[in-house]
Ligand binder design. Sequence first.
Ligand SMILES: [Mn+2]
Length: 464
Amino acid sequence: MARRIIICDGAELARLWSRIGTGENEDLTWIPRDDEPRARPTGFRTLQGGLSAEAIGRLSPKPGNEFAVVSEETAFLRTAVSVIGKAVPGAPILALSDRVDPDDLPDHPCLLRTGLRSLIRDDIDEEFTHLSNLRRVVDIRALFEPREKIGILLQPDPDPDGIACGTALRALLGRKSPTAPLISFGGVQRPENRAMIQALGLDVRTVTPDELDEFDGIALVDVQPSVFGESPPARVRSVDLVIDHHPERSGYDAVLKDIRPSYGATATILTEYIRACGMELRQRLATALVYGIKTDTQLLGRETSRHDMAAFAFLHAHHSPALLRRIERPALPAAGLRALGRGLVSSRVEDGVHLLVLGRVREDVIPQVADLALQAEGAEWAIAAGIVGSDLVFSVRNVGYVRAAGEVVRAVVEGLGVGGGHRSMAKGIIPLKAFRKVYGGASRERIRVALHDAFVIAIHGEDG
Ligand SMILES: [Mn+2]
């Protein structure tokens, strides 16, 4: 570590520096102030001759040595920066001050200003945040401790955030699925969410409202009771715990409630719990939470708070990249690859649109082909379409700086089917029956031409 030369303005700041603890590689110097007794702070030597280039020179600084100047006076810091610059041109200088305006400091090629007390203050505030998260965990554990069987209720067709949070809550309670199953009124539907469940070896049980009676504790994560319709089942109107990041709703009671609408994902709240109580974080759980934050915030884009960023960074150090890849890119079945091959034979990029028609495929193949198709040269839009059951299903991707994918898909399916999505990803479903009626057939070529034209119009339509 580079040698550091610390220069403190007066005994008070020198003592503050000592109290924080000094590094082994630090040379501590101080300059007595006129208005204070000259008692030398322990461990510090007086910078003989005051703040001058000669005094700095007597410390025999070498190239690569770093300086820190601690002062709340603009004049002191200004002089310090210029005499250090004179003694050791270009020396790295850290100016530590809560009051001095960085704009008042002289030009110096390698100068950083930061606070001193405020630095410590921020750390203390952060510890208090951990403490309040720890209190939540203590309360939640105490509430559920005496309960035999707890139902962890997720929204219908749970998304990765909900699934990850349910798993995290169960781990925080020190339970396994027999005494704390993840439950939902509608099973996991979306293929990418099923891929997550499978890769993580999880299980979400579908229950009816009546079946809730078998639990003597109910916890809701990433959802609030009002989501279950106008008048939710009685058992759900009065629950034990709600942890969520959606705006707070009324019409229900919860013994404990932790709702943080400024958070991009509920997984961030659970991650803060895990950090605060020092629970061992297994790779699988960390991966689930990372994926929950990624999907809920559109990869830390939309509606991301600094809490989400901090949780993501914490989780990233613990997660398994291989497992995350398996969730995000589930294995393609051989039949899916053959469909991709057939689709590629007749695909081309026209008007910036790369459209692949796959024929009949497993649904999870479609979004993966769309991801791949966007890599084609000249493609600003990629569309992968396939037939699943009696529907034409398509996934849409774009490069991000064009019209929002969700809007485009809504325009394409209008009056025919359903669709929606975000800025750069969207999905649409058109029943084949409706498609045939409008386009007179549903052959591969018919689908290709019809979708291409519909997309070009939807993409360029409104703005010419
Ligand atoms: Mn969520």
